[in-house]
Design a protein around this ligand. Structure first.
Ligand code: MSK
Length: 634
């Protein structure tokens, strides 16, 4: 029975068993200890905004109907939601700001460890930001791209450049008409937060509207993060690699890179190759083995084919193998609990960002100007830790799963161009129009202890592919679908419906793969969702419609983070049906619930589909896709 499982990844299950044997607490133990979870919190009915509270409003029972200040349940739920969105946006923003700032430093010759690796992308980005590139050298263009990007944080005049670059013309028009086009990032976040202060806005509709404006600010920041990373580290192209916990090596010094920001992990990889001999001299026959966790892992996987060990929920279990010398973390989705897990082994937890220190970890302060020194120090610490490895505790699961990665927007367009060089996107839109591809679903989002780890992703992806729906993935969905064996040609042959299989085979053959493309196209880390937006934009322009008419949907069947919440929200705001598999804490307010699941449709074309059951969710997503096909007359 499914209830008896915590994960569907066998390498994870074997480590859960080992953790139980060794009496090591895991995320599931802490989840169980938390039961029953607070019903007020679960439905969004708890307000902790001021110190008169907490107020627990009871909309359906006999308890109070308003908080001490008089805020009703709709206001309380909308305010809570908006605050979460602002945090998610801020996290994406910090990520983008780090990258933009580093690009500026590169242009000024202040960050030796980095350079412009993809000049073509730089020029493409500059043009999309409406910058003139004529007669300018690479560093000058890089400087202007970085400066324009950084100005978006507090732009006073003109248009929010990245929001302008990421939206279709029709969507920009719509958002302007609704008065919901943001002017800059910083002001939009501050506006949202200030509205939620006690005694400020108490109109739930207006609170939700400002959430929509914030969502546009967020998608723009995410695009900035992805595109500028491609400029500095290269735009991903298809690459074969492996995934799951079996990617660790017994005879190597294993370093797990975890978090989100590619600035550090790229340089750690460079340092690892320079210090490989030193690792061998320390007794590790196979030298240094870098593996990825979460979205730092995805960044490395998509650009360099570095093996992805696991996604969010199972980060602690990687250390239970007893074979990880260092887990190096940057920012976001890092469980504080990893320090306690590491204490049972020889693993060093190394935090790197001064603004994201992890209590109990060794901190190696990372700055782009001195990146190589920090990376060398990290490798030295891992080599040191190897001397303390206890072989009796080492147990690495077998059976690494192969997976293909690297399907950036550019890689997808290049692949389509193999069948029609003059009009690549028409290969996709023609196959959508003739029904060979019924639609596209983007899987994104996290893992959550409320769902059997990876189960929803794998179950839904197989069902959707069977219905000839193309599946693409980012973030922790990548970890799930890669370890589940669905980023392979074999999966296409086994699970895809006949017409989808035909299209993927024609493309795979044209690409020289002697068989189909993988069933699930891996488009990168969670910040990379905007790669999909570019594909949507091209398809919409080709069909002469806006994105809200396309048979495309998003699914986040195991989400948890505030970043994933705002991603889902911009999915809705740009016009896509967006499924969530975890009940959001909004159900105490029928006003907010109805707006998210129905009302949003009238305003934006997109809406939330809330459905925990994966098979039911597939039916609902497919129904949305089919109704859009009918509306398009295809
Ligand atoms: S890491 S935000 S758990 S996708 Fe990007 Fe995964 Fe969600 Fe973090």
């Amino acid at each position: 029975m499914l209830e008896n499982y915590k994960s569907v990844d066998p390498t994870v299950s074997s480590m859960i068993f080992k953790a139980e044997k060794e009496n090591i607490e895991t995320v599931w133990d802490r989840h169980d200890a938390m039961q029953p979870q607070c019903g007020f919190g679960e439905t969004g009915a708890c307000c902790r905004i001021c110190w008169k509270g907490p107020c627990r409003v009871d909309p359906l029972g006999n308890g109070p109907k308003v908080g001490i200040c008089g805020a009703n349940i709709d206001v309380i739920v909308a305010r809570n939601l908006l605050r979460s969105f602002a945090v998610g946006t801020s996290a994406h923003t910090e990520h983008a700001r780090h990258i933009a700032h580093t690009l500026l430093e590169v242009s000024q010759g202040k960050a030796d460890a980095y350079k412009v690796k993809d000049k073509k992308k730089l020029i493409d980005v500059a043009k999309r930001l409406n910058l003139n590139v004529e007669n300018k050298d690479t560093l000058q263009i890089a400087k202007e791209v970085a400066t324009t990007s950084l100005e978006d944080f507090g732009r006073l005049d003109g248009e929010y450049a990245w929001a302008n670059a990421v939206l279709t013309e029709k969507r920009k028009e719509k958002m302007k008409n609704l008065g919901l086009m943001p002017k800059n990032l910083g002001g939009t976040v501050v506006d949202c937060l200030s509205r939620t202060h006690v005694g400020s806005e108490s109109d739930p509709a207006n609170l939700l509207a400002s959430g929509a404006r914030l969502a546009i600010a967020d998608v723009a920041m995410m695009a900035m993060g992805t595109e500028l990373s491609d400029i500095l580290f290269g735009t991903p192209t298809p690459v074969m690699t492996t995934s799951n916990m079996a990617v660790l090596k017994k005879d190597a010094i294993n370093i797990a890179l975890h978090g989100h920001n590619p600035l550090l992990c790229e340089v750690v990889c460079d340092a690892a190759s320079l210090l490989n001999q030193k690792a061998k001299d320390a007794g590790a026959k196979e030298g240094i083995n870098i593996v990825g966790v979460c979205c730092t892992g995805n960044e490395l996987m998509e650009r360099h084919g570095v093996p992805l060990a696991t996604n969010y929920l199972t980060q602690e279990l990687l250390m239970v193998t007893g074979a990880v010398e260092a887990m190096v973390v940057d920012t976001q989705c890092i469980m504080p609990a990893i320090v306690e897990t590491a204490s049972h082994y020889h693993t060093r937890i190394i935090s790197t960002l001064d603004e994201n220190k992890i209590g109990g970890a060794t901190h190696v302060s990372f700055h782009p100007q001195t990146a190589m020194q920090s990376a060398n120090k990290i490798i030295e610490l891992a080599i040191e830790a190897y001397a303390n490895r206890d072989d009796s505790k080492v147990e690495i699961p077998n059976g690494a799963q192969k997976a293909m990665s690297g399907f950036s927007y550019e890689a997808i367009i290049s692949t389509l161009a193999l069948l029609n060089a003059d009009d690549p996107i028409s290969v996709l839109t023609d196959n959508i129009a003739n029904g060979n591809i019924q639609g596209i679903v983007l899987f994104g989002g996290c893992n959550n202890t409320k769902v059997v780890h990876n189960y929803n992703y794998i179950t839904m992806a197989k069902e959707l592919a069977k219905k000839n729906i193309l599946v693409v993935a980012t973030g922790c969905a990548v970890g799930a679908l890669a370890t589940g064996g669905l980023m392979t040609q074999e999966a296409t042959l086994e699970y895809a419906g006949d017409t989808l299989k035909e299209v993927l085979t024609a493309l795979g053959d044209a690409a020289g793969l002697k068989g189909p493309l993988p069933m699930v196209l891996n488009m990168g880390s969670c910040v990379d969702n905007t790669r999909v937006v570019r594909v949507c934009e091209d398809a919409a322009n080709k069909l002469g419609v806006d994105i809200d008419k396309l048979p495309i949907a998003i699914s986040a069947p195991e989400l948890m983070s505030e970043k994933a919440q705002i991603i889902g929200t911009w999915g809705v705001v740009i016009g896509l049906p967006t499924h969530v598999g975890v009940i959001p804490p909004v159900t105490a307010s029928s006003f907010v619930t109805n707006f998210l699941t129905e009302g949003a449709k009238d305003l934006f074309g997109g809406h939330f589909i809330v459905e925990p059951d994966p098979l039911e969710a597939v039916e609902k997503i497919n129904a949305s896709i089919q109704s859009r096909r009918i509306a398009l007359g295809i």
